[in-house]
Design a protein around this ligand. Structure first.
Ligand code: PGA
Length: 250
């Protein structure tokens, strides 16, 4: 399975920095001999066009969230047809920052994923337990509920990826042990294989403090098919070294 490395820029960067990052990244990708890692850059909405214009065709562009509805009176919202119109291929849905700051429920995440797929894009569905849930031994229960209840009705192993991101690992420098990551990823794969036809072929990404020093060991786990990278995706050298670590694990 070709790994996917997704950059989640969150609410960061202005035009000039985004342009410089994307043109340098494109040059590095163009020099690469074999294409063996898929890359998607997910900038804020404001930079989607700029980023698409500056990246070569091999690199895709994604959004960090979407509205699940069609056109209408929804001030400030952006739907999936609008994202597709800007040549987005993927949408991150259910990131823990959205679930926490905007009270997004599993049901809403499911609707967003369905609308992304209906607009001919793929959904990256984020799931993950809080520190309290892990301490209470509820990691798998929490993650399974999120996967089951967020799974789009029109989902397939090709248009959905799951990103396992423990909340306590996001932006903290902490990561689960390799055994803990493998346990959750294997559990998710097992569950998805029962939910979707050929579900065992789904990509399951790990996210939460991925950086150049831990990328290789995490991405080498057989159950891990890529990474969702926040902080380290803002620095070109760090992000590139994570992409290379993913390519080396094939
Ligand atoms: P981080 O963020 O890499 O900065 O921990 C990951 C994410 O929130 O997707």
């Amino acid at each position: 399975m070709i790994p996917l490395i997704a950059a989640n820029w969150k609410m960061n960067l202005l035009k000039a920095d985004a342009l410089s990052f994307c043109s340098k990244l494109s040059a590095r990708v163009a020099q690469r001999k074999n294409r063996n890692c898929d890359i998607v850059i997910c900038p804020p909405f404001s930079l989607l066009s700029v980023v698409r214009g500056a990246l070569n065709e091999e690199i895709s562009v994604g959004a960090q969230t979407c509205d699940h509805r069609s056109f209408g009176p929804h001030t400030g919202d952006i739907n999936c047809l609008m994202l597709k119109d800007l040549d987005c291929n993927r949408v991150i849905v259910g990131h823990s920052e959205r679930r926490t700051e905007y009270y997004e429920s599993d049901k809403l995440v499911q609707l967003k994923a369905e609308s992304a797929i209906a607009a001919d894009m793929s959904a990256i569905i984020c799931v993950g337990e809080s520190a309290e849930e892990r301490a209470a031994g509820k990691t798998l229960e929490t993650v399974y509920r999120q996967v089951r209840d967020s799974m789009p009705g029109n989902g397939t192993f090709e248009n959905v990826a799951i990103a396992y991101e423990p909340l306590w690992a996001i932006g903290t420098g902490l990561t689960p042990s390799l055994d803990q990551i493998a346990e959750v990823h294997e559990g998710i794969r097992d569950l998805v294989s029962r939910l979707l036809h050929d579900g065992e072929k789904i990509r399951i990404l790990y996210g939460g403090s991925v950086n150049p020093s831990n990328a290789e060991e995490i991405l080498s786990l057989p159950a891990v098919n890529g990474g969702l990278v926040g902080g380290a995706s803002l620095n070109l050298d760090d992000f590139w070294s994570i992409c290379c670590a993913a390519s080396d694990t094939l």
